[in-house]
Design a protein around this ligand. Structure first.
Ligand code: PLP
Length: 433
């Protein structure tokens, strides 16, 4: 049977961004025929024993409590499970000196669904036919933003400014405030902080500036804090979560060890939360409650924040340090390679400037050397202009072991050396760029 699809049906039945590449990776691994690969494509967090134990303990506490039947045998409120809402309010109010009430919180089935709700409630066509844009102020950003809107033309990403430290082979993306437009045509603004894929952390001032640009137009700014403090606390540089009248702080428990339970949390103005909540009710009534119930225990007791800071963050920070050290040692200094500053998240982002082939072709070459990384081009959703940079970058997952990361980076250095050497651009020309 071949059912006729609607426009939305068509749109939603295509896998976007990195999911399309994942298909190739799965196929490569499936047909490997005994060949070993170092797979640095994973977005799935590592199962850390202390973190797993925390969720086990919270589950045992839940099973032993009279609350259990109430949690799994009954429907609940659309807004979320009350003890989790209360735990989040108490934690954030105390930690950040806020004055949140329970109308400021919405629990969603994972944060991906939260962006879907926002994208389609606030982006797209208004009742009088005007297009409200979903503004991504700093491209590249999370590839999943490419799939959340039913109206693809609503997505508008902005090319960043590049801050390059040539001698150190490092770089950092900065928002280009000369280009960025937030105005009456903007539905909402969205960015991840820390950023997947780059590990970038927008500074506190940059976030405040974006929020200030949006405020006069009543435009909400969604800060995707899937990697931010207080949990999972995957920032390697100082950062303060920023709150404000038009900021919706969005977090997720996925990188804090609970991706299977799908818990996303939106914190913001009750008038924005209300719209998202109604949308969620229409979609699925409410988020599943088992994950919420164990999360309420982990947050209320302070255990989640403590484990995030003491176990989760150091784990990935050490991996980044190992990767960085190997690249510095192994990459030819005359090549124009630049590693994005590792400020957080669970990935490294490598830019091979003037790469004499596309990111997809380099990914294929690297596969021949037994290493799988993710080509960077799917991480520029909504960017409308041509920019060769989009085909010169790679996302490297920090979920492998230190020795695997080091070996993979040595092989990557050899492949890079070879492909630049085979190209028509002379080494002297490269060094001069
Ligand atoms: C930046 C970012 N936002 C959102 C998500 C979605 O997370 P979840 O739906 O598991 O909360 C991810 C997942 O990798 C992510 O990296």
């Amino acid at each position: 049977m071949r059912p006729a699809l609607t426009q939305f049906g068509e749109q939603m039945s295509h896998l976007t961004g990195v999911r399309a590449i994942m298909k190739d990776i799965i196929e490569t691994l499936r047909t490997a025929q005994g060949r070993e690969f170092i797979n640095l494509s994973a977005g799935n967090p590592v199962i850390l024993p202390e973190v797993e134990q925390l969720w086990r303990d919270c589950t045992i506490e839940l099973l032993d409590s009279p609350e259990y039947g109430e949690v799994v045998c009954r429907y609940g409120s659309s807004q979320g499970y009350q003890p989790l809402i209360e735990a989040v309010i108490a934690d954030y109010n105390q930690r950040y000196g806020l004055n949140l009430g329970d109308r400021n919180i919405l629990i969603t089935p994972g944060s991906q669904s939260l962006y879907f709700l926002a994208a389609n409630a606030l982006g797209g066509y208004t009742t009088d036919g005007r297009l409200k844009q979903i503004v991504l102020p700093l491209s590249p950003d999370y590839t999943g933003y490419g799939g959340v809107t039913l109206i693809p033309e609503a997505l508008r990403a902005y090319r960043p400014r590049l801050e390059i430290d040539a001698a150190a082979h490092r770089f950092k993306y900065r928002p280009n405030f000369d280009q960025l437009e937030i105005n009456a045509t903007t539905g909402f603004v969205l960015f991840s902080r820390p950023c997947n894929p780059t590990g970038n952390v927008l500074t506190d001032d940059e976030v405040r500036k974006i929020a200030a640009m949006a405020e006069p137009y009543d435009v909400p700014v969604f800060v995707d804090s899937a990697y931010a403090p207080p949990f999972p606390c995957l920032n390697f540089t100082e950062m303060t979560p920023i709150f404000g009248p038009n900021i919706v702080h969005c977090t997720s428990l996925s990188k804090a060890g609970l991706p299977g339970e799908r818990v996303g949390i939106a914190i913001g103005d009750e008038r924005v939360i209300q719209h998202l909540e109604a949308f969620l009710t229409n979609l699925c009534l409410h988020s599943p409650r088992y994950g919420q119930a164990i999360a309420s225990r982990a947050i209320r007791s302070g255990r989640l924040a403590a484990i995030s800071e003491q176990v989760i963050r150091p784990h990935y920070q050490q991996k980044f340090a190992a990767l960085e050290a190997t690249l510095d040692e192994a990459m030819p200094t005359n090549l124009p390679w630049f590693l994005h500053r590792g400020e957080g998240a669970i990935f490294a982002w490598l830019w091979l400037k003037d790469l004499p082939m596309s990111d997809w072709e380099f990914y294929q070459q690297l596969k021949q050397a037994g290493v799988i990384v993710v080509p960077g081009s799917p991480f520029f959703p909504g960017l409308q202009e041509d920019w060769t940079h989009t085909q010169e970058c790679f996302r490297i997952s920090l979920t492998a072991s230190e020795s695997e990361l080091a070996e993979a980076m040595r092989r990557l250095a050899q492949v890079a050396d070879r492909v630049y050497a085979q190209s028509s651009i002379s080494q002297t020309e490269l060094a001069a760029r």
